[in-house]
Design a protein around this ligand. Sequence first.
Ligand SMILES: CC(C)(COP(=O)(O)OP(=O)(O)OC[C@H]1O[C@@H](n2cnc3c(N)ncnc32)[C@H](O)[C@@H]1OP(=O)(O)O)[C@@H](O)C(=O)NCCC(=O)NCCS
Length: 205
Amino acid sequence: MPPPRSLPRTLAARGALTIEKRPPFANFANAFSSRKAFFASRKMERPKKKVSESSVEMTQVVMPIDTNYLGNLAGGRLMHWMDLAAAIAASRHANAIAVTASVDSLEFKQPIKLGEVVIIKASVNRAFNTSMEVGVKVFSENMLTGRRVACNKAYFTFVAIDEKGERVVVPEIVPETPDEIRRYEKAADRRRQRLAEKASVAESK
Ligand SMILES: CC(C)(COP(=O)(O)OP(=O)(O)OC[C@H]1O[C@@H](n2cnc3c(N)ncnc32)[C@H](O)[C@@H]1OP(=O)(O)O)[C@@H](O)C(=O)NCCC(=O)NCCS
């Protein structure tokens, strides 16, 4: 015997009802242009997440294809890995697609050699409204000696977007350790500075 059908499906089978096929979350996307509106409408608090819930540690080995003609890791390759690690941390925090909005100054202090291990640590320092500052630190490690050297660091800003490309509000971040609290506090100053720089560049055009 075939399994019983629900009333809407029975009516649809008789042509008395049209079942509209919608993409997942279509109702959510139509009714609320942002998560902020969604939470506000339900008098819900913005969700909070710990830094440790989205932190990333990425490990790579420098292979010949990653090097420049001096046999050191190429800067562009390292920037790509840093962007990837930071994007994963931001997307994990937001549970949404995160696009790179800006990168603060990037300095290459130490060359990283062929065969060395590269450790990239990325974590969300602070979540604002739709944007997040992600701090990235890079270390190189010689596997034969175990020596680990800090090579560079940078701050990335990511913006969370939905499937339509519209910006979405991200959960708040909860810093717990003394280092996380220090990074959280300093992130607000850095944001002010980068937005002021953006505005002055826009004015000069
Ligand atoms: C990033 C992007 C979504 C921002 O869009 P926008 O229309 O400029 O958005 P707004 O000015 O309204 O700012 C949105 C948020 O981003 C932040 N932001 C925008 N430009 C920024 C910048 N240069 N640096 C830091 N934060 C920035 C704003 O402060 C705001 O944050 P908040 O919501 O937490 O307050 C848009 O510029 C974009 O899509 N860029 C391309 C992203 C991309 O393709 N990246 C890969 C590079 S190849």
